[in-house]
Ligand binder design. Structure first.
Ligand SMILES: Nc1ncnc2c1ncn2[C@@H]1O[C@H](COP(=O)(O)OP(=O)(O)OP(=O)(O)O)[C@@H](O)[C@H]1O
Ligand SMILES: [Mg+2]
Length: 150
């Protein structure tokens, strides 16, 4: 699925739409990888994604690796692996434990997660467009369809 965004609010809305679909399909467990260069809008996407679970004040967890938001009906775990040096460091913060919990993991710079990333994941790629300074193309892959959910 590919959607065009022309402003931060659009990107937030695409994030909100994804979490809404997951909730509607009864998905209690998801890992969302956010790909795209620095400053492209990954955190903006997460802000929208988390908003449907009632989570406010989303900002980049760059210095803490993960921010936990006690959303309803599910928590959101917002990772930013930009500064994570290796898989051992990630393991050390309990990455595996987060994956095992009910809730939605959203992960910026998941490229640094290596083999610790779950194989079943939704990949969101945000790319700048030449058409305008605020234009982005957002591609969502690996989203579970209605049939694969209970
Ligand atoms: N269509 C758009 N969608 C999202 N952000 C946009 C858009 N147009 C402009 N922006 C601006 O781009 C910036 C995106 O910042 P954001 O922190 O979300 O990026 P990021 O990908 O998380 O960066 P980083 O890799 O540093 O974590 C904001 O300043 C926002 O206002
Ligand atoms: Mg960010």
């Amino acid at each position: 699925m590919t959607i065009d965004s022309h402003a931060p609010a659009d990107t937030e809305a695409v994030g909100a739409a994804l979490s809404t679909r997951l909730l509607q399909r009864g998905v209690r467990h998801a890992f969302v990888s956010l790909c795209g260069e620095m400053g492209v809008g990954k955190t903006a996407f997460v802000r929208g994604f988390a908003s449907t679970l009632g989570c406010r004040g989303v900002k980049s967890p760059t210095y803490t690796v993960v921010n936990e938001y006690m959303g309803s009906p599910l928590p959101v775990f917002h990772f930013d692996l930009y500064r994570v040096a290796d898989e051992e460091e990630l393991y050390g913060i309990g990455f595996d434990d987060y994956l095992a919990r009910d809730g939605y993991c959203v992960c910026e710079w998941s490229e640094n997660g290596g083999d610790l990333l779950p194989p079943d994941r939704i990949t969101v790629t945000i790319a700048r467009c030449e058409s305008g300074e605020s234009d982005r193309r957002i591609t969502i892959e690996g989203e579970p369809d209605e049939d694969s959910c209970i």
